[in-house]
Design a binder for this molecule. Structure first.
Ligand code: C5P
Length: 308
């Protein structure tokens, strides 16, 4: 419940990272339409910033600027808006809560980097501070899980195992910093469409398990071993829907990446470099190939949604 003391903040700005999936193992479609997952999430240094400002009770609005802003929904399908409303109805008497939400995007829309989920997580963190809600991490995590499969991880950040439909997260042991080059595609991919193609391509998928070699590579902080262990069951479906991605993957590996994987349901491709210098060289070389809409360097792991 909202405390009777005057509010501490008029405005809260939250920085939230993109995620890539180092492993994404997918099981047979469940009765609720979702798929059981065994995944390893990894938060990388590509950030959206979400600012929540005090607004009259019951008033919620949203503005979006930056990468792909024109294609971000402004209605209730926007996860940042939905997060604010859900938090208000769950934990306030609604005569107090309202928010004017501003999203500054760097994470591409429909890119397999969980940008929408990141904005939802940031909105939860921001609004809970704006409204002085005294919520436990577990209470926030439960609201996050209601919003979407990737939202709890966007709050946690770092490197983490994900199970259930992705919403059950547990930090994983990982040593050091990894250097990534992200290749953004010209067009997005719809997550439900990629899962549907996965179902068509895999009539009887196995029970999903995270590869042991990948967890060992993370514990050792070994980029070559991690590169060899990257593993995404959705990759063939994403390549089937956007065949050009196959050329981009091959180009990055030929140019010296120690591993490459489609992130989540795609189409962004995450290339792993051996070290920072190799990442700089790879980013320059990949840009000049002209296969990607744009190329960005990022490091991981980084923390999840945090006020700044
Ligand atoms: O959880 P979220 O709303 O982000 O999921 C978006 C869509 O992705 C779902 O509607 C579903 O089609 C698909 N999905 C799935 N299995 C998962 C996660 C997502 O089929 N574990």
């Amino acid at each position: 419940m909202v405390s009777p003391v005057p509010p501490t903040y008029d405005s809260v700005r939250v920085r939230v990272p993109a995620k890539i999936n180092l492993a994404l193992k997918v099981g047979p479609r469940r009765r609720d339409g979702f798929h059981p997952l065994a995944t390893v999430y990894h938060a990388v240094s590509l950030f959206d910033e979400v600012t929540v400002n005090r607004a009259p009770p019951g008033r919620f609005s949203i503005t979006v600027t930056g990468e792909g802003a024109a294609s971000v929904p402004r209605d209730d399908s926007n996860l940042a808006l939905r997060a604010a409303r859900l938090l208000a109805t769950s934990f306030t008497d609604e005569s107090v809560a309202g928010a004017r939400i501003e999203i500054a995007k760097q994470i591409p829309v429909a890119g397999g980097l969980a940008g929408g989920s990141a904005d939802g997580a940031a909105s939860l963190v921001g609004c809970s501070m704006l409204w002085d809600l005294d919520l436990s991490p577990e209470q926030l995590r439960r609201v996050a899980a209601l919003l979407g499969s990737d939202v709890p991880f966007a709050m946690l950040g770092g490197t983490a195992m994900g199970s259930g439909r992705g919403e059950e997260v547990m930090p994983a042991l990982a040593r050091g910093t990894f250097h990534w080059v992200l290749g953004f595609a010209h067009q997005g991919l719809s997550t439900p469409a990629v899962y549907r193609r996965f179902d068509e391509l895999n009539p009887r998928p196995a029970v999903p398990r995270v590869p042991v070699a990948l967890m060992e590579a993370l514990r050792a902080g070994d980029p070559e071993a991690l590169g060899a262990a990257l593993d995404n069951d959705l990759q063939p479906a994403a390549l089937d829907l956007q065949p050009k991605l196959g050329r981009t993957l091959s180009a990055g590996l030929e140019l010296g990446a120690v591993g490459a994987v489609v992130s989540g349901s795609g189409p962004t491709i995450a290339f792993l470099a051996g070290d920072e210098n190799a990442a700089v060289d790879l980013a320059v070389a990949l840009s000049s190939e002209g296969l990607c809409r744009s190329v960005r360097r990022a490091t991981g792991p980084v923390p999840g949604a945090r006020p700044i």
